[in-house]
Structure formats: structure tokens, C-alpha cells
Design a protein. Structure first.
Length: 650
């Protein structure tokens, strides 16, 4: 092991003192990461294999799961060095082999009188030389000599006492490690479980790292992450953050306590997944985030055909570690064809990317390969229903297929929450069957209390039924489970409840927490508009467009407002919508909304009637939309609401 002080970039590694400094200030780094950093620097530029790391940090023949220990140590080194693994300045990953330290290193020649590092400017002595230099016997050996700190006798005596005590401590730790590593009497599970049970009540599953080295395989790692979240979320005693929010941290490499704080959780599950041939290898570790404390870790090697069973086993094991349970499936678990599962994961990958047409192709492929694959049928349903709900496709052309697929999914697996959620959406947005929509949405959240989409849709169902307080509670629950998915959802719910002051306050609060989110500024615009604060509304609309990169449109809004206030802005938007509708499908509900803002009654009613004829999904919300309040006394409006069977607005 090297001694003395080694400088690289703005950092200095004091090997004698076991200390890392940045511009002279010490940086906290735990024992294992420090040992690994010293090893990497010592090898300066040469590959350090994972086996070398294991032998240096734990010793040969160790029984502990070192895979995650290495990954965690590397992550902590990168954190303190502010090193991006994608464009590394210091620690380079050699896929499947190990790591190498790639920064130039040099010796610092002296210390100050108080023993601290003396920053003497640029030193030229390289700690590690190339292979050629190492083999050159004529090279000055002084090039490899590192300075050591001078010590007094009392200090040296204290050091000897400390080392003696340390040896006893290390021996005790080694014995404990051996017992835990061998898991004698299930000691490891019981020790870790007690720690986790008293601490972890909420959990975020960070995106599993794709170990294949091929970015085209990201969908597999993301899909495995999503399915593991779904399994864990069935646990009513554990709050599990949903997929959309955790995906914000894919390749983010932020400190775990920071991520936990932002997501409001006390537990983090992280790991990696890779597949080769017909095998899949998964590494996972559970961390108590506030203290960045390791709780449990395990590695799994399975056949691809056993992936579903593996995920169930993982979910149950993790739940057990935090002192809880995962609900068992009511139906026997089906064996999933690996090719069908792969197609399903690709379908979900494109569905989350909002490419519904492409996602449908892969869900169809999964169904062709395995006709009794309930999750694939639910995904197939979602691809149709989402394309209509988003306004991408005409409801009458896609909703019947979506409803049929959802029914098929429920018939195949009545315990699948996502299937009931899809069917609830079909009843709400297409059949206008409020009782069945309420029943199916209740069933979805009963089966999976952690399904954020289930709570969100149930909030919509209860809103249509004028159960406002219950609707708000469901949307709050959805936000707790998926804080990044729809930070605006409570703003919308409060606007629909005509609580405009509360909506404005909520929008301001969320926009502060999610700076730069164009949708939140869009909802700030809506809140100001309903408050009658037109100038502020126009400014927020401009800001929203600028954040979306639509600078020309933002300028057009500014000019329109200066020319004629918000009416001129609505007219400008109406003109743009007409141009767009000449090229692609535009829901008549969009036209109805703009004409309502302009208070042009006849046109607004005409397009509402057209939306009713088309069964436009979001026509169900018209009694809740304040823009249409001036039409409530109109017989034509009342006829639409009556024919749909909608409860009158309260």
C-alpha cells in the first residue's frame, strides 16, 4: 500500500492518515471506499479486477456478498469526487472486468508544521508509471518514493495501542462477518430484518442498472424495475414510490440520502440486472437511506423462464426484511414464455414513452406467443384507451378494442390490479357506466394499494360522481406514491372543485418544488384565469411555452395579450387549433373549451354536442369544468348531461 500524500486534480489522498482532501479540506469517505480508492490510485492507470478488489478489501475465501459491496464503494467514491461514470475523469469502468484510475497522479512533497498537507503547486512525480517504465531498471527509484509524515514518540506509542485495539476489533468483526456470511442459524436475515423493521416504512426502487453494456437492453432493466415495484406495491403496509418518479433518477448517481429526501422515503432498493443467453443475473441491495446504511443484499442467477417466480421471491424477501408481507396472487402463478415476457417489457417501455401505436405491436406479439398472458392483455387495453384519452385517436375507433382487451385480462387473472384499472377506465371514459367504473376502480386499489395509476383513476371516477372530498384524497394518495408523475394533479382537482384560491396556492407551492416544469406553469395560468387575474395568467402561459422551447409561440401570446387581452389570446389559440385540425385529428372538446373561454355560447354548445356524439373521453368532466359554468342553464347543455347520465354539478 502506498504511503504519503498523492495529488490528482483538485484532490489529495493522504494514505498515512486515511484521509481525502479537496483544496485542503477533508472529505468524509468510509473505510471500504477509502481502501478501494487507495488501491485504484496505487495501480495508477492499470486495470484492477473485481477479484483483486475482493482480496484487498475482504481477503481471500470470503463468504460475504461482495458484488454489491464493490458497487456501493465505487458509487461513494464517485459521489465525493463528483465523477460522472458516463464521462469519467477519475474512475473508469471496464465492463465485466473491473476498474482503473485514469487521472494523472503526483506526490506532494511536504506538510505544514501542524502536519497538514502543504499545497506546493504542481508536482511532476507520477505515482504510477506505464508498463515500460516499470520494466526499466535504469529509472530513478526516487520517482516512486513517497514522503511520510514525521511523528513524535508519544504519538507513535498511542498509534501502537490503537493498532492493538484495532486488531481485536477487526478479529471480532471478521468473526461476525463469517457468521453472517455463512448465515449460520439464519443470523444474517434476523440481524438485518430487525434493523429494517424498525426503520423502513417507505421504499423507492431505483432503476436497475443494465449490466449488458448494450443500451438497447435498457427496456429489459426498466421492465424488471417496473414489475418489481408492482409486486412490492401490493403490500398495504409499505409505501412504494411508483415508476415514473423513480425513473427520474436513472443514471443520476446522486447520493442516496438526497434521493430519499426528495422522494420522501426511508428505504432505497438498488441493484443491477443482466442477461446472457437463457439466463438472467440480478443483484439487489436494500439501504436505510437517511444513514446510507446497508441492510440486506443478495444475488440471483435464474433461467429466463423463471423471471416471474424470481420477482415474486424478491418481493417477498424484501418485504420480510422490512417486517411486512406481500399479498399472494389469488390465482395460480402462470409460467410466462420468456419471448412473450420480453415482448411485453418492450410494449410497456414504449407505452411509458407515450408511443401507444408501437407499444400495441409488442403487446400483440406477447399475446400471440402466449394467449393467456393477462398482463399483456391489460397492456394491450391500455394502448388503446390511452390513445383515446390523450386525444391522439377518435374514441369510437379505439375504445371498443380497449374495453374488449381489458375484459379479457380480468377473465384471465381476476387478481391483476392493472386489468381492473383498465376496465374501470373503459367504463368511465367510454361506457359512461359510473357504478361499474367505481366498482372496478375500488377493486384495483384493493388488489394493489400502491398502484398510483389506480388511485389517480379512482380520483377521476369519484370526481364525476361529485364525491369531491374522496376524490381529493385519492389524488393526494396518487401524488404520494408518484410525486413526479403529475405534480399538478391536486391543482386540477381543486380547480374542478371551484376552490380557486387553494388551487393557486397549490400551484405556486408545486412550481417552487418543481422549478422549470412547463405543465405546472400551465396550471398556474389556469388558476390565475379562473381568479380573473388576466395579466398574471398571460405571463404564466408565456412562461409555460418558453419552458417547452416554444419561444415563437410565447412571443405570439405576449403580442396577442398586448393587443387585446386574454380574448385576443383565446382567438389566437383558436386559429392555431383550426390549422392543426386540417392536418390531424383534434377532439371537438378542445374547440368547445376555447369557445367557452370566449363566451361564445352557440359554438361551445355545438362542439359539446359533437364531443358527446363521438364519446370523447374527457366529455365526462364537463360539469366539473368551470369554463362551462355559464352553459349550465342552457337546455342543450342539460340534455347532454342527462343523456350521459352524469350527476348534476353541486
Amino acid at each position: 500500500m502506498p504511503s504519503g500524500v498523492i495529488k490528482f486534480d483538485e484532490f489529495a489522498l493522504d494514505c498515512d492518515r486515511y484521509e481525502l482532501l479537496c483544496a485542503g479540506d477533508p472529505i468524509k469517505l468510509e473505510k471500504l471506499p477509502m481502501e478501494l480508492l487507495i488501491l485504484l490510485v496505487e495501480k495508477g492507470g492499470h486495470l484492477v479486477t473485481r477479484q483483486e478488489i475482493v482480496e484487498r478489501l475482504w481477503g481471500p475465501g470470503v463468504f460475504l456478498d461482495t458484488e454489491h459491496g464493490i458497487n456501493t464503494a465505487i458509487r461513494k467514491i464517485r459521489q465525493v469526487l463528483r465523477d460522472n461514470p458516463e464521462q469519467s475523469r477519475f474512475v473508469q469502468t471496464v465492463t465485466g472486468k473491473g476498474y482503473r484510475f485514469i487521472a494523472a497522479t503526483s506526490a506532494i512533497s511536504s506538510r505544514n508544521g501542524n502536519g497538514s498537507v502543504a499545497w506546493t503547486g504542481s508536482a511532476s512525480t507520477q505515482i504510477a508509471q506505464s508498463d515500460t517504465d516499470q520494466k526499466n531498471p535504469d529509472r530513478d527509484i526516487a520517482d516512486h518514493a513517497l514522503p511520510t509524515a514525521s511523528t513524535t514518540e508519544p504519538a507513535r506509542g498511542f498509534g501502537m495501542v490503537w493498532r492493538s485495539a484495532s486488531l481485536l476489533l477487526v478479529a471480532a468483526m471478521a468473526t461476525a462477518a463469517l457468521v453472517v456470511g455463512l448465515n449460520v442459524g439464519d443470523v444474517r436475515s434476523r440481524l438485518f430484518a430487525r434493523t429494517a423493521q424498525s426503520r423502513i416504512h417507505s421504499l423507492a426502487v431505483l432503476p436497475l442498472e443494465n449490466l449488458s453494456g448494450d443500451p438497447a437492453q435498457d427496456y429489459f432493466a426498466d421492465g424488471m424495475t417496473d414489475e418489481l415495484i408492482t409486486m412490492l406495491a401490493r403490500n398495504s403496509g409499505l409505501r412504494v414510490i411508483s415508476r415514473t418518479s423513480v425513473m427520474q433518477y436513472k443514471k443520476a448517481h446522486k447520493p442516496l440520502p438526497d434521493i430519499a429526501r426528495e422522494l420522501g422515503v426511508d428505504g432505497i432498493l438498488e441493484g443491477s440486472v443482466g442477461r446472457s443467453g437463457g439466463r438472467v443475473h440480478v443483484n439487489v441491495q436494500l439501504v436505510y437511506a437517511p444513514g446510507d446504511t446497508h441492510v440486506w443484499a443478495e444475488s440471483y442467477d435464474r433461467d429466463l423462464s423463471d423471471v416471474s417466480a424470481l420477482q415474486n421471491e424478491l418481493a417477498r424477501t424484501i418485504a420480510r426484511q422490512v417486517g411486512s408481507t406481500v399479498s399472494a396472487s389469488a390465482s395460480p402463478q402462470r409460467r410466462i414464455n420468456p419471448e412473450a415476457h420480453d415482448a411485453y417489457l418492450l410494449g410497456r417501455y414504449y407505452w411509458f414513452a407515450e408511443d401507444y401505436k408501437k407499444s400495441r405491436q409488442y403487446f400483440q406479439k406477447a399475446i400471440d406467443l402466449q394467449p393467456d398472458y393477462a398482463a399483456a392483455w391489460a397492456g394491450f387495453a391500455d394502448s388503446y384507451i390511452a390513445s383515446a384519452a390523450s386525444g391522439e385517436a377518435r374514441s369510437s375507433t379505439v375504445m371498443p378494442q380497449g374495453e374488449e382487451a381489458a375484459r379479457k385480462a380480468v377473465a384471465l387473472d381476476d387478481s391483476l390490479a392493472e386489468a381492473h384499472n383498465s376496465l374501470a377506465a373503459a367504463y368511465l371514459f367510454y361506457r359512461w357506466d359510473w357504478k361499474r367504473a367505481e366498482r372496478e376502480s375500488a377493486r384495483a386499489v384493493e388488489l394493489n394499494p400502491g398502484l398510483a395509476e389506480g388511485h389517480h383513476l379512482r380520483g377521476y371516477v369519484l370526481q364525476v360522481l361529485n364525491r369531491t372530498d374522496e376524490s381529493l384524497q385519492e389524488q393526494k394518495k396518487a401524488m404520494e406514491l408518484d410525486p413526479f408523475a403529475r405534480p399538478w394533479v391536486l391543482v386540477l382537482a381543486l380547480l374542478d372543485a371551484r376552490q380557486f384560491d387553494a388551487a393557486l396556492n397549490e400551484a405556486r407551492l408545486r412550481s417552487e418544488a418543481h422549478r422549470g416544469d412547463p405543465e405546472l406553469h400551465g396550471f398556474l395560468f389556469a388558476a390565475y384565469w379562473h381568479k380573473g387575474m388576466e395579466k398574471e395568467a398571460a405571463q404564466e402561459l408565456e412562461t409555460s411555452l418558453q419552458l417547452e422551447g416554444q419561444k415563437e409561440l410565447a412571443l405570439a401570446v405576449h403580442r396577442a395579450f398586448e393587443r387585446g387581452g386574454m380574448n385576443a389570446v383565446w382567438e389566437w389559440q383558436l386559429s392555431n387549433l383550426k390549422k392543426r385540425s386540417a392536418k390531424t385529428y383534434v377532439s371537438p372538446l378542445h374547440f368547445a373549451g376555447l369557445y367557452a373561454c370566449l363566451k361564445r355560447k352557440e359554438e361551445a354548445l355545438h362542439y359539446l354536442e359533437e364531443a358527446y356524439q363521438e364519446r370523447a373521453p374527457r366529455v365526462v368532466f364537463i360539469p366539473n369544468n368551470g369554463n362551462f359554468d355559464f352553459l349550465h342553464s342552457e337546455p342543450r347543455y342539460q340534455a347532454i348531461v342527462k343523456k350521459m347520465g352524469l350527476p348534476a354539478a353541486q
